[in-house]
Design a protein around this ligand. Structure first.
Ligand code: AMP
Length: 295
């Protein structure tokens, strides 16, 4: 694995990889963008990247542009050496680990502004967050020019916005969204889980439990959005130490809330604070969710 920290080195190495690929006839590049402190969720994106490309690149960059001043930028967990080791073991070919001055040599004057998709849910609670995300993702797409980029369903609104940006701004690449990887007890893996005390870790399980209950009701045939929302909110209410920001059923394309029936499916999204830690999770309900096919 090659590790590069500057844009100049990155350009040189990519040119070399492309020249080699041309000799070998083809060669697709996949990009897995991350903020590091790697866990099995990130590494599953690497596995999926490997299935879809010849060269797998990963970026590790804690992007200040997507953190509001009162958020956890300064204490966001970091472990560059551990990350490099995990990425190498999992088969990453090219690791891009720039520092802030390298990606933002001066205060950016132009940002990618997301539209209505970013106004709800995470965007409503974290104003400016998705402009920061899309700006850094656009920069990474320009710098690495991947053929395919991989994102986790864990950050569903982010993945939906990246897809929209790629389509609306004609980035020549495919976006692949990979299902959420969970701990054995259901907690969605996240770099931020390290903030949780033992007690909070137990309380945090209510998020995935609420999602599972809604999924179960859906599988049993419940299609009323209000009923499904109530089921999830009831479960969350059983753990009053967890402070819920939102628990929503939303359209899979527009992420607008669904009222009435949801026969075609829905995204069920939750965000909550457990102590000082903010966690998000979701499940996608589709007409096939949980169906058992018999032969
Ligand atoms: P982050 O480092 O948190 O910015 O995440 C980098 C990428 O990994 C994003 O596309 C996330 O959605 C994805 N990711 C984070 N956690 C998980 C998880 N538990 N399962 C699958 N993908 C994940």
């Amino acid at each position: 694995m090659l590790t590069v920290t500057t844009r100049a080195e990155l350009r040189a190495e990519l040119a070399r990889a492309r020249a080699d690929a041309a000799v070998l006839g083809g060669g697709r590049l996949a990009l897995v963008p991350t903020m590091g402190y790697l866990h099995e969720g990130h590494l599953t994106l690497v596995d999926e990247a490997r299935r879809r490309a010849d060269v797998v690149a990963m970026s590790v960059f804690v992007n200040p542009l997507q953190f509001a001043p009162q958020e956890d930028l300064a204490r966001y967990p970091r472990d560059p050496d551990g990350d490099a080791e995990k990425a190498r073991e999992r088969g990453v070919d090219l690791l891009f680990m720039p520092d802030v001055a390298e990606l933002y040599p001066h205060e950016p004057r132009v940002l990618v502004t997301p539209g209505a998709l970013a106004e709800r849910w995470e965007g409503a609670i974290r104003p400016g967050h998705f402009a920061g995300v899309l700006t850094v993702v656009a920069k990474l797409f320009h710098l690495l020019q991947p053929d395919v980029a991989l994102f986790g369903q864990k950050d569903l609104q982010q993945a939906t916005l990246v897809r929209a940006m790629v389509r609306d701004l004609d980035f020549p690449l495919d976006v692949v969204v990979v299902p959420t990887v969970r701990e054995p007890d259901g907690l969605a893996m996240s770099s931020r889980n390290v903030y949780l005390s033992r007690e909070e870790r137990g309380q945090a399980l209510v998020l995935s439990r609420a999602l599972r209950r809604v999924e179960h009701a859906w599988r049993m045939g419940e299609r009323q959005a209000d009923t499904l929302r109530e089921i999830g909110r009831d479960e969350l209410g059983a753990q009053p130490q967890v402070s819920v920001d939102y628990f929503s059923l939303a359209d899979l394309e527009t992420l607008e809330p669904i009222f009435g029936t949801c026969d075609h499916g829905a995204a069920v999204m939750v965000a909550a604070r457990v102590g000082r830690t903010r966690l998000i999770d979701n499940v996608i309900l589709t007409p096939n969710t949980g169906h058992v096919t018999r032969s």
